[in-house]
Design a protein around this ligand. Structure first.
Ligand SMILES: [Zn+2]
Length: 210
C-alpha cells in the first residue's frame, strides 16, 4: 500500500491514460476487503484484482471474486489481472469484472491450440489433416475466411511461422468476439442466457471429423 500511495502521488494526469490500484490478499476474504478499502482513499482510476490465476483453480478464483465484489467501487472499471481461458472470462464478467489481460490467445496460437465456440481444439491433431473447413465457421477472422484446418495444421507441423501468426490472429479475434458478445448480452439483459449458451457450446465439443 505504501508503493500504491507513492505511485499515485507520482502520477501525472494526461489524456488517454490512467492508473489502477491493485487489490491483493490471495484467497482470503478479509484480506481482500482490507486491501480494497485501503486503496479507496487514493482514488485510482480503476481497481485491479491481482494475485489470482496463479494456480488456485477456477472455483477458488470465482469465490475470491465473489468476496471482492461487494467492496469494489461501482463507478470505476475493474480489471482482473492475467485471466484467462474463455470460460474464466465469462464467469468473471458475471462477477462484475470489466477488463482482462492474458497471454493465452497468442501463446496458444504459437503452440497449436485454437479457441472456438465449441471449446479449445488442438490444430496439430491428425483429424484435421485433410479437413477443408475453417477452424471455426462462426469466426470472421482472416485465418478462418481464407485457410482450411488442413493447411493450418500443416503449417504447425512444419513449424512454419505463418501457422503461429494465423492461429494467434484467430484466437485474438475469438477473444474480441467473446467480449463483444458479452457486452451485447449485458446491454440486452440476457447475460445468464449467454453464459448458458457458451457452456453448452463447450459441452458439445468440436465439430465431427469428416
Ligand atoms: Zn478465426
Amino acid at each position: 500500500m505504501r508503493w500504491a500511495k507513492r505511485s499515485r502521488d507520482a502520477w501525472v494526469d494526461r489524456p488517454g491514460y490512467g492508473i489502477y490500484g491493485i487489490a491483493q490478499g490471495s484467497t482470503f476474504a478479509d484480506l481482500r476487503e482490507e486491501s480494497i478499502r485501503a486503496l479507496e482513499p487514493m482514488d485510482f482510476h480503476g481497481i485491479a484484482v491481482g494475485g489470482l490465476a496463479v494456480g488456485e483453480g477456477q472455483e477458488l478464483m470465482f469465490k475470491t471474486l465473489d468476496d471482492c465484489e461487494p467492496h469494489l467501487p461501482q463507478h470505476k472499471p475493474r480489471y482482473l489481472m492475467g485471466v484467462g481461458k474463455p470460460l474464466d472470462l465469462v464467469g468473471a464478467v458475471r462477477r462484475g469484472i470489466d477488463q482482462f489481460d492474458c497471454v493465452l490467445p497468442t501463446r496458444s496460437g504459437r503452440t497449436g491450440q485454437a479457441f472456438t465456440w465449441r471449446g479449445p481444439i488442438n490444430m496439430r491433431n491428425a483429424r484435421h489433416q485433410d479437413d477443408p473447413r475453417p477452424i471455426d465457421e462462426d469466426c470472421s477472422c482472416p485465418a478462418c475466411r481464407n485457410y482450411s484446418r488442413a493447411y493450418i495444421r500443416h503449417l504447425h507441423r512444419a513449424d512454419e511461422m505463418l501457422g503461429a501468426m494465423l492461429l494467434s490472429w484467430h484466437n485474438i479475434q475469438h477473444y474480441q468476439d467473446l467480449m463483444a458478445r458479452m457486452r451485447s448480452a449485458i446491454e440486452a439483459g440476457a447475460f445468464a442466457d449467454f453464459e448458458a449458451g457458451v457452456v453448452a457450446g463447450y459441452a458439445r465439443g468440436d465439430i465431427d471429423p469428416l
